[in-house]
Design a protein around this ligand. Structure first.
Ligand SMILES: NC(=O)c1ccc[n+]([C@@H]2O[C@H](COP(=O)([O-])OP(=O)(O)OC[C@H]3O[C@@H](n4cnc5c(N)ncnc54)[C@H](OP(=O)(O)O)[C@@H]3O)[C@@H](O)[C@H]2O)c1
Length: 229
């Protein structure tokens, strides 16, 4: 990275988002990392990078909260906008058994919320920048063999909304990325997951950095390999 870039990560209080913030700080980027409520881990990171890390508070379920962030950011240039926030509830349930509220919460947090944030913040991202959203291999309709079906359907909805965003921005010079990190040991991924955070996130960050300035929509894994829709 030659000049100092600014990276905005929505949902960086813990897990993969926190690790992405730490990784970009290591690469000497300026990072704006968001939390929903005070995050001790994010404050500790701020202690290590007082000049390069800014912490904002945002709930992507709340439109007003994202509008307020947009106001606070004013004319900032955001080289990489990465919407990481997501939830998983009732991953073993099926449509007849799920609590409807759990399903609606996943649809709002994993699909509508991220794309609303992208729409509200995208004009801060310059032509050589990247707009990325954390999706999942499970969001691939072609690739999913029936796992975590309600969560997976919210990520498939996210993929569709990003695809429609890209169609509405034909000719956009920016990279539009749906990034799947692999199955990673976090609170959501559980201890049964195959990858450590260290095995996933440096690759995710490297892949996003490599994609900057490459126009167009891509659904990719952490290594930058194209995934089937
Ligand atoms: N771990 C995996 O194996 C895996 C695999 C594929 C995709 N993903 C995706 O990767 C992303 C991060 O997952 P993770 O494993 O790091 O999960 P995690 O440990 O559960 O962390 C989720 C993050 O999202 C934030 N968040 C949740 N709802 C939010 C909201 N309404 N507004 C703002 N932030 C919100 C959380 O903030 P709080 O601390 O405030 O709750 C937290 O920072 C998610 O989109 C997930 O679907 C994960």
């Amino acid at each position: 990275m030659t000049t100092k870039s600014t990276v905005l990560i929505l949902g960086a209080s813990r897990g993969l988002g926190l690790a992405m913030a730490a990784e970009w700080l290591k690469l000497d980027a300026k990072v704006i990392a968001t939390q929903r409520s005070a995050s001790r881990d994010l404050s500790e990171l701020k202690g290590r990078y007082p000049a390069s890390l800014e912490i904002e508070t945002v709930d992507i379920m709340e439109a007003a909260s994202v509008h307020a962030l947009r106001e606070r950011l004013g004319g900032h240039r955001i080289d990489v906008l990465f919407v990481n926030a997501g939830i998983c509830k009732a991953h073993q349930e099926t449509p007849s058994a799920v609590n409807e509220r759990d399903f609606v919460d996943m649809m709002l947090t994993n699909a509508l919320g991220p794309m609303r944030a992208v729409e509200l913040l995208e004009n801060l991202v310059p032509a050589n920048g990247a707009i990325a959203v954390m999706t999942s291999e499970l969001g691939s309709i072609a690739g999913n063999r029936g796992s975590w079906e309600l969560y997976s359907s919210s990520k498939a909805a996210l993929n569709m909304l990003m695809k429609c965003f890209s169609a509405r921005h034909a000719g956009d010079p920016r990279a539009l990325l749906l990034v799947a990190p692999g199955w990673v040991r976090t609170e959501m991924g559980t201890s049964a997951a195959t990858l450590s955070i260290e095995e996933s996130i440096p690759l995710v960050v490297e892949t996003v950095e490599r994609s900057r300035g490459r126009a167009g929509l891509r659904f990719i894994d952490r290594n930058g390999r194209t995934l089937p829709w």
